[in-house]
Design a binder for this molecule. Structure first.
Ligand code: APR
Ligand code: ZN
Ligand code: ZN
Length: 362
């Protein structure tokens, strides 16, 4: 059997997205068909539409999603029809060296659904963005991309854990290993940086210094738990962070911009024994030059964070529990809820800097 549903498709490089009818097959072995309830709009969706990731058009966009499993294919035992799930980018294999050594976020044998969704009008195969494609009434994923969480959570909030918010919280609690009493500096307070602020607060950080070039972003970061803010257009953030930490630098510095100057600031703003967490993604041509004596002379740790180094089966249910207990305000990240036909408008608003997340609710 197949399912005809409405979905947001990017047909070609730079062209506005359109609402199309797509055909979704029933799940094959190891797959699950998910009825989508909510899906956040992420910068990466826009990158796909602009052709910044690859040219496998047409794309089915959307990847920060939660929904209900409608049916499962042969051999699927971890999720069942009726389960409320958050989707993740890739199902890890559980058997490779990285998985066996407890670092599944480095898994080198990840997979997505094998059966193809197609455009009803032309029969063309769709490339689901990040292997999900959830700006759709239904989508097909590998069963391992589904993590069951408590049904009491709102779908709009839950879906956000599938990408940017998990990346930020995970940068603090998993990669940075922020601990009780630590001082943390977060450079760049968009959705990811703000989530790092929230994660640092969850972990018991005593000082959370938010750095951005935009005062509106700093105001939001403060609402979410930043104890200090620094506008790096007005003062040198490295100096400011040192001053706020008794001259030492922060125990953990989280870079959530992805530019050479902010990588440099992160490098110098940490305590000599501190940790730098790089979660901002640079572009291929970006370079950073550092005096080797500074690299040698400053101890501590430099780490990049992939998808918040998360383990969905461990982290998604745990964070949803904290959310339901009122200890993690995921709703604060949902600036507006929109319909499937408003994704293009949400892309425009993204540039304005006022939206943390627009979330499509179905
Ligand atoms: N110094 C400090 N902050 C800066 C600077 C700078 N030089 N340049 C930009 N910023 C701020 C912006 O004002 C904005 O608040 O960084 C923030 C970036 O936020 P978003 O554009 O909303 O991006 P976000 O979704 O948070 O992702 C940030 O993390 O996972 C990666 O790919 C993602 O590289 C991206 C980064
Ligand atoms: Zn994303
Ligand atoms: Zn693996």
């Amino acid at each position: 059997m197949t399912h005809q549903v409405r979905a947001v498709v990017a047909r070609g490089k730079g062209a506005p997205v359109s609402l199309e009818t797509i055909i979704v097959p029933d799940p094959g072995p190891g797959e699950a068909l998910v009825k989508i309830e909510a899906c956040g709009v992420c910068h990466t969706d826009l990158h796909y539409r602009e052709g910044g990731i690859n040219d496998d058009f047409p794309f089915l966009l959307g990847h920060e999603a939660a929904g209900v499993v409608e049916s499962v294919g042969e051999g699927v035992t971890d999720v069942a029809p009726g389960d409320f799930v958050i989707l993740n980018w890739r199902a890890v294999c559980g058997r490779c060296r990285a998985c066996r050594r407890g670092r599944p976020w480095y898994c080198f044998d990840t997979h997505n659904a094998e059966q193809k969704m197609t455009l009803a009008s032309t029969g063309q195969e769709l490339s689901p963005a990040l292997g999900i494609g959830a700006f759709a009434e239904k989508t097909l994923v590998a069963a391992g991309q589904c993590t069951k969480v408590d049904r009491a959570a709102s779908a709009a909030a839950a879906g956000l854990l599938g990408c940017g918010v998990m990346a930020g919280i995970g940068a603090a609690i998993n990669t940075g290993n922020v601990g009780r009493g630590d001082s943390v500096a977060v450079i760049g307070c968009g959705g990811v940086g703000d989530a790092a602020v929230v994660g640092s607060r969850l972990a018991g950080a005593a000082k959370i210094i938010a750095v951005d070039i935009d005062d509106r972003k700093l105001a939001t970061a403060r609402k979410l738990g930043a104890t200090h803010t620094v506008n790096s257009r007005q003062s040198d953030p490295v100096e400011a962070i040192r001053e706020l930490t008794g001259g030492f630098g922060a125990d953990v510095v989280i870079e959530a911009v992805g530019r050479p100057e902010t990588y440099r600031q992160a490098f110098y703003a940490r305590d000599l024994a501190g940790t730098v967490v790089l979660v901002g993604v640079p572009t291929p041509e970006m370079k950073l030059e550092l005096p080797l004596l500074d690299v040698f002379g400053r101890g501590g740790t430099l780490k990049s964070s992939w998808y918040g180094d998360c383990l969905p089966s461990r982290d998604f249910p745990m964070l949803i529990d904290l959310y339901l207990q009122g200890r993690l305000d995921l709703d604060a990240f949902v600036t507006e809820t929109i319909g499937l036909d408003e994704v293009e408008k949400a892309f425009d608003r993204m540039h304005g800097g006022e939206v943390l997340r627009s979330v499509v609710v179905l």
